[in-house]
Design a protein around this ligand. Structure first.
Ligand code: IMP
Length: 199
């Protein structure tokens, strides 16, 4: 029988990405919606890893299946790692990213290029039915731009400038971004863990 894997997300974009990356594996991937699970998990961990693990454990506690969960965010060096694990909640969950992005650029106004470095970080946790836990991490390095650019992607993408590509993350196609993104890298590492554990 195919291994079933639950991915603790309600986000269709993330589901599409994980399905693409796992497409050559003989597994059935289900979102929380697919599995008929409705749950509100408080993300009160102190790191991306802790938050990913607590989300995966909360689902594993109600379903005896392999559960994956992720947590991600933007880390800006000159702001002591802000917004970090609070990226979604920064300035309030309902504040537009146009406002959040402009606020961050304003806070970095005086900083020159070398002090505008930032990273997107993603942790993926897996919890197995025997209680074993595995975590992987991926990151993507960039620089906070001086103005928003690009229409693709979401969140902080329009101000995340990638010097190697000479554009922001919002100016990459979805495929290009998946290939180099923090989430893409963490998922590829997690795929290696699953290949080992599930066979
Ligand atoms: P979560 O991992 O779904 O909780 O997302 C955390 C937050 O980090 C998102 O709401 C965005 O604000 C930010 N974030 C994470 N990954 C990205 C990305 O690839 N682009 C832009 N923003 C991101």
């Amino acid at each position: 029988m195919k291994n079933r894997i639950l991915f603790a997300t309600g986000n269709h974009g993330k589901m599409k990405e994980i399905k693409m990356i796992f497409s050559d594996m003989d597994v059935e991937l289900l979102s929380l919606e697919d599995a008929g699970i409705e749950i509100d998990i408080e993300e009160n961990g102190a790191s991306f890893e802790e938050n990913a693990i607590l989300k995966a454990k909360a689902i594993a506690a109600i379903r005896n299946e392999v559960v994956l969960a992720d947590d991600s965010g933007l880390v800006i060096d000159a702001l002591n790692g802000e917004p970090g694990i609070f990226s979604a909640r920064y300035m309030g969950e309902n504040t537009s990213y146009h406002i959040k992005n402009n606020n961050l650029m304003q806070r970095l106004d005086e900083k020159n290029e070398k002090d505008r470095t930032a990273h997107f970080v993603c942790a993926i946790a897996a919890v197995f039915p025997n209680g074993e836990v595995a975590v992987t991490r991926g990151s993507m390095d960039g620089v906070i731009a001086r103005e928003e650019a690009g229409e693709n992607g979401f969140g902080y993408d329009p101000i995340f400038y990638l010097p190697e590509y000479n554009c922001t993350a919002a100016q990459l196609s979805a495929d290009q971004k998946n290939r180099i993104s923090h989430r893409g890298k963490a998922l590829i590492e997690m795929k290696k863990v699953l290949v080992e554990k599930l066979i």
